[in-house]
Design a binder for this molecule. Structure first.
Ligand code: AHG
Ligand code: MN
Ligand code: MN
Length: 294
């Protein structure tokens, strides 16, 4: 079954938006080979931008503006929320290219999208949909519009074909621990040691979207915690935590910032960072139990 057929029951504007984003990501994928270099600019987080970061951002902004469906667009690569004079009223958040440090070493990177009705400075659980495209050995598109989580693979004819429907996160013993051990806060260290004592294996690539995709399919947990000197952690609430947390929650998993659900957080700013725990309910309940007892 093709993506547009699978979306047949979906609200028509939302269906058109998801299809449009999927098409733009096909263009992004084609641009990889000629955009491996570093640019000479930094984003608002002081991180060096890769040529691909900037190009993916540009093509997504252009296509989403041209779609006439999007009113507000917040991008990890833009300092402010963009507002379009369009008939549509969707708010979109995007990490145009997640895992940029891996571009030069041919590991999986991806595009992360959150979809709201109206402005995006709202809790993640108000999203009407979320999706990501993972550029790996296969190019896959995973989406949810709150009726299950579904994955598609790009075929040689350029169609996204259904690969797996109603994905549910299984129990699993892998964990993706970001940040430096020597900078772990006490509660986080205690939690990590509990997982290690139960035989959890490390699977951390440096690409949040790829690591969470693996957790979605194999179980376990991804974390980029708050740590000494950066208690808010590294990853962004709007562009990374909310959309990927929404997908995992819709697949039966959970999210936490250490003491509560990420998806209930009211954003204070567009580029707000947040400690991230995304994965199975058991692992998420454990970190919150440890922090509450601390
Ligand atoms: P981005 O490429 O969009 O800036 O995201 C990179 C993020 C995330 O994908 C990954 O989990 C994390 O940075 C890795 O950070 P470290 O290099 O500090 O491990
Ligand atoms: Mn990212
Ligand atoms: Mn990025």
């Amino acid at each position: 079954m093709k993506l547009d057929e699978h979306l047949a029951e979906c609200d028509s504007d939302l269906r058109r938006l998801i299809i449009a984003i999927g098409n733009t990501c096909k263009t992004i994928k084609k641009g990889f080979a000629s955009r491996q270099s570093c640019s000479d600019t930094e984003n608002v987080y002081g991180e060096k931008q890769m040529a691909l970061d900037k190009w993916a951002d540009e093509v997504l902004i252009a296509d989403l503006k041209a779609s006439g469906l999007v009113k507000y667009l917040a991008s990890e690569e833009q300092p402010e929320i963009l507002e379009f004079d369009s008939a549509g009223n969707f708010g979109v958040t995007m990490d145009p290219l997640d895992g940029s440090s891996l571009i030069g070493v041919n590991l999986a990177v991806g595009t992360i999208i959150g979809i709201y009705r109206g402005n995006v400075l709202a809790p993640g659980n108000t999203m009407v949909g979320a999706m990501y495209v993972l550029y790996g050995p296969l190019t896959t598109l995973t989406y949810t519009v709150k009726k299950g989580v579904h994955e598609f693979v790009l075929d040689t004819s350029g169609n996204f074909i259904l690969q797996e429907e109603n994905i549910r996160i299984p129990d699993g013993k892998i964990f993706a621990p970001g940040a430096l051990r020597k900078e772990y806060l006490p509660g986080h260290l205690k939690w990590i040691e509990a997982l290690e004592s139960e035989g959890y294996k490390i699977r951390f690539s440096g690409s949040f979207v790829a690591d969470v995709h693996q957790i979605l399919h194999k179980g376990g947990v991804f974390t980029y915690p708050g740590y000494r000197g950066k208690e808010k952690g590294k990853l962004r609430l709007l562009f990374e935590a909310n959309p990927m947390g929404f997908v995992v929650a819709q697949a039966g998993g959970a999210t936490s910032h250490g003491t509560g659900d990420i998806l209930t957080v009211m954003p204070e700013s567009v580029n707000q960072r947040i400690p991230i725990y995304i994965g199975g309910k058991r692992e998420i309940q454990l970190i919150e139990k440890i922090n509450k007892e601390a």
